[in-house]
Design a protein around this ligand. Structure first.
Ligand code: GLU
Length: 611
């Protein structure tokens, strides 16, 4: 890939400020341009990149459904945000169809190859270091995204399938400017190499990925604004557009994927043509909880997202006696951290792929159980929470901790017909496993399995590797239904295990504190993965009544341990652990007229589109 033309990202953003094909969208906000919520009356799409938003908005304008718009936006994200999601990864979708009133979830999560065994990530009986597993063929699960897109389109699409790939194909051929974020992530990975020599590189060991994102002479990441073209991706999309998902799972493309995994330069993987051919997506019942008169519905196992978000919201409601009067006062923050602790304790013990282990889904949301758990919350930090014993649970598994990661994207859509869609899509870590096949990156999603299959006492972990199993996820695509069963909210975020906190906080801020989607995104994140409490510094340019030092001190006075760790100004380190919330709220007037309010995350390159 040659650098043919460069333009500044600032220039790009100004250019993209223009309304897309009549659709009102806005670019990445900066310090000086403080974002405010975007409102429309007909349709809306929110993604992590202005060009993906533009593609989705165009499809909506052409009369496409939320599914159609999502497919177009996902195809563009795989190009312009290659570090986060794409054809080589997996995803979950929550979809609400207005006509039938049904809410469904579709599981397009990657699967372990049939040859995978529980000792996959062990070396001499010990878990291998994360980066060794990550940058290898072992981490690649059977991708689910192409089948997922096709499955949804066959049932809920309206425009011709091939039409949906036109925006991405055009951009891949004509080019687009590299974002500062992609460049910085590539730079970070390069800096972790001890040598840049081709056979000594750990990161960017794949020559195709290296040539695409790195200036070869200097071994530095291509700078922001570099004009990028990806003809191989354009060809892949052409095949997909012409032949459907079979073009990916059978034939030359499938062979290229198998060859890349089995021929990995560091550690060959064992994914086969049969694994690809046999991949299927699964429709699963949504996991829904009641919160403030609404139904909050999301993705059940193999994701822990909806169960953990659901528990957190129930705890917040059951202990509303301890809730403060604003999202960031010490009472509200403390209560939220305690709710997160309890939810993560259960998640880490019980949740994995329910096709392989018994997950007590109903028990974890049983009101009597939740009330007993909520009663453990006091104004004093409870410290590390122990898991509970929900009805239907079998205590045969050992608990494990969470490993945060990055490399995921959120798309939220509401179409003119009233259908809503929330997709969280992932290749797991930045640039997946680092290998490009025909213009897209392969995932490293299998590193979401527990590396150690058993604890010291020999008890199996629920999330251990098994052939054909899906690794546990934290992704939490969410649709909220109002008391009249109409769509009230669409939300979700990337961010590894922190997704659960980001998503729950967004729901709380909107449904309990009445903030709009953009305001809620500006609220600094509060996280506790049943360990230290993390407070985020205020976003640049956002004036909020929020004194992070004072809040940390007040939390410490309530027993939150590890004073040094209580304050993590994670936005300073903007590459790591950044949320990417994409939120649409539907507000109806007394006459039934709907107004859509959108919010996009400035921690990434989020943009709202629609009209
Ligand atoms: N692989 C993670 C999961 O499925 C998501 C990673 C991320 O958000 O960056 O939970």
């Amino acid at each position: 890939m040659k650098t043919a033309r460069r333009m500044s990202i600032q220039g790009l953003l100004i250019a993209l400020t223009l309304c897309f094909t009549g659709a009102c969208a806005r670019p990445v906000p900066t310090e000086t341009a403080l974002p405010t919520a975007v409102t429309t009356t007909r349709e809306m799409v929110v993604t992590a990149h202005p060009l993906a938003t533009q593609a989705g908005a165009r499809i909506l304008e052409m009369g496409g459904t939320a599914v159609d718009a999502m497919i177009a936006a996902q195809a563009v994200l795989g190009l312009v945000e290659p570090q986060s999601s794409g054809l080589g990864g997996g995803a979950f979708v929550v979809y609400h169809q207005t006509e039938t009133g049904r809410t469904i979830t579709v599981d397009g999560r990657e699967k372990a190859p049939q040859a995978a065994r529980e000792d996959r990530f062990l070396i001499q009986g010990r878990p291998m270091e994360f980066h060794h597993a990550w940058q290898s063929g072992l981490s690649v699960g059977v991708p689910g995204v192409p089948r997922l897109l096709e499955h949804l389109h066959q049932r809920y699409g309206r425009l011709p399938w091939s039409e949906l790939f036109v925006p991405a194909r055009t951009l891949a051929r004509e080019g687009f400017p590299l974002t500062a974020r992609t460049s910085a992530l590539a730079s970070d990975l390069l800096a972790r190499n001890s040598s840049c020599a081709e056979d000594e590189r750990l990161f960017f060991r794949d020559p195709a990925a290296f040539a695409y994102l790195v200036e070869t002479e200097t071994c530095t990441a291509k700078p922001a604004g570099t004009w990028m073209r990806n003809p191989a991706y354009a060809e892949t999309l052409e095949r997909l557009a012409a032949e459907g998902a079979d073009a990916f799972y059978l034939g030359p493309l499938a062979e290229a994927i198998v060859a890349a995994v089995q021929g990995d330069r560091r550690i060959p993987g064992d994914l086969t043509a049969a694994d690809l051919e046999n991949y299927q997506v699964v429709e699963r019942p949504p996991v829904c909880v009641a919160f403030r008169g609404h139904q909050v519905c999301g993705m059940g196992p193999p994701s822990s997202g909806a169960l953990a978000v659901g528990q957190i919201l129930r705890f917040m409601e059951l202990r509303s006696d301890l809730l403060g009067t604003s999202p960031l006062d010490v009472d509200s923050v403390h209560l939220f951290t305690q709710a997160m602790r309890l939810a993560f304790a259960d998640r880490n013990l019980y949740v994995a792929d329910s096709d392989f282990v018994k997950v007590p889904v109903a028990g974890l949301l049983d009101e009597t159980y939740l009330a007993a758990r909520a009663a453990l919350i006091t104004p004093w930090d409870m410290g590390s929470a122990a898991p509970g014993m929900p009805p239907g649970a079998e205590e045969t598994h050992a608990a494990e901790n969470v490993a945060p990661s990055q490399g995921t994207s959120q798309i939220s859509v509401l179409d003119r017909y009233g259908n809503a869609l929330s997709l969280t899509s992932s290749i797991e870590s930045a640039f997946g496993n680092g290998v490009m096949v025909q213009g897209f990156f392969l995932n490293n999603q299998l590193t979401d399995f527990s590396f150690a299959p058993r604890d010291a006492a020999g008890r199996p972990l629920a999330n251990r590797v098994q052939p054909g199993k899906r690794p546990r996820s934290s992704m939490a695509p969410t649709i909220v239904l109002a008391p009249d069963d109409r769509v009230a909210l669409v939300t979700g975020s990337p961010g590894g295990a922190r997704i659960i906190g980001y998503t729950a906080q967004s729901l709380l801020n909107i449904l309990a504190f009445g903030l709009d989607p953009q305001q809620t995104i500006q609220v600094p994140h509060i996280i506790n993965l049943n360990g230290q409490t993390e407070l985020e510094a205020p976003l640049p340019g956002v004036t909020l009544d929020y004194d992070v030092q004072a809040l940390a001190t007040a939390l410490m006075a309530r027993g939150h341990s590890d004073p040094a760790a209580a304050l993590q100004e994670r936005l300073v380190d903007i590459v790591a652990h950044t949320s990417g919330l994409a939120i649409i709220q539907v507000v109806r007037s007394a006459t039934g007229q709907a107004v859509l309010i959108g919010g996009a995350d400035q921690r990434r390159d989020g943009a709202v589109g629609g009209r």
